[in-house]
Design a protein. Structure first.
Length: 286
């Protein structure tokens, strides 16, 4: 109650830390705490709900694997979803609270990539139109990483940043927590940019493969003079689209110079594309 007191404007970090300590000390703490926090997050008082969300995120950082396992269950995730859903509390929850809840669930999809239920819950919110787009996390938002981090944590690839983050999070100074927050955000942003590049590459290679296969089939029919007028237009459109894909592949190749395997896939796709375009010019031109 003290850690989420709606009458205080700022977070009571002393009480929040004591709450986390109690979760770690009490054998039932990791299973009881999420239920208590869910009740507070659903509070009609905006400040109480926002404080509870800060407590929740601080527990994620300080209360270990048993707490992580509890928040990754549908039983708890559903309580957060109720705050967003118009079928439950979404009609009267404040936009600030709903925005913070969305940020929390989204941040967990990054920090707990192995937790399928969290990802499924977030994707469901997007499919239902409750979440329109991935949130951009504000600079003043505390976003602690899980502790201990999962083995495939994005910090494991950079030992220097990992050590710096560990030192900042152990500090009791607010400026160090803010520095840790900024560091986490920058790493997540880098990871999201990497994911976006991978997605662009996969989509482009897939489109090349699909278009080349369709062109090959239509060209065979064209050679046999079995192509309808409609299919001839389709073939021409495919040729034009494939021509536009070439500069995209060159751009992707320039972004992927540090990944030999990915670069090989792009070059292979470019070879197939070049061959298909040459074949079109030879067959249709003649």
């Amino acid at each position: 109650d003290k850690a989420t007191d709606p009458s205080i404007p700022e977070e009571n970090w002393e009480c929040i830390q004591r709450f986390c300590d109690q979760v770690n000390t009490d054998i039932e703490g990791p299973s009881l705490a999420p239920r208590l926090l869910a009740h507070k997050i659903q509070s009609p008082q905006e400040k109480e709900a926002l404080h509870a969300l800060t407590v929740l995120e601080t527990c994620v950082n300080n209360c270990g694997e048993r707490f992580h396992n509890e928040i990754a269950k549908f039983r708890f995730l559903n309580e957060l979803i109720k705050v967003l859903s118009p079928k439950y509390y979404g009609t009267w929850s404040s936009e600030k609270v709903k925005s913070r809840v969305t940020e929390v669930i989204f941040s967990w999809t990054v920090w707990f990539p192995q937790e399928v239920k969290i990802r499924d819950a977030y994707q469901m919110l997007k499919k239902q139109g409750i979440v329109k787009e991935d949130p951009k996390l504000p600079e003043d938002k505390i976003l602690p990483p899980p502790s201990p981090r999962p083995q495939n944590s994005i910090f494991d690839t950079d030992e220097e940043k990992s050590k710096l983050l560990a030192r900042l999070l152990k500090s009791n100074h607010p400026e160090d927590l803010q520095a840790a927050n900024r560091l986490i955000k920058s790493v997540i942003k880098e990871e999201q940019e990497k994911s976006a590049k991978v997605s662009r590459r996969v989509n482009a290679i897939s489109e090349v493969s699909e278009n080349v296969e369709r062109m090959d089939r239509l060209l065979e029919n064209y050679k046999r003079q079995e192509l309808s007028k409609c299919d001839q237009e389709t073939l021409q459109n495919l040729f034009q689209r494939c021509e536009k894909l070439r500069p995209l592949l060159f751009r992707l190749a320039s972004e992927t110079v540090d990944d030999d395997e990915a670069l090989a896939e792009i070059l292979q796709a470019n070879d197939r594309l070049t061959q298909a375009l040459r074949q079109y010019r030879q067959v249709v031109g003649s």
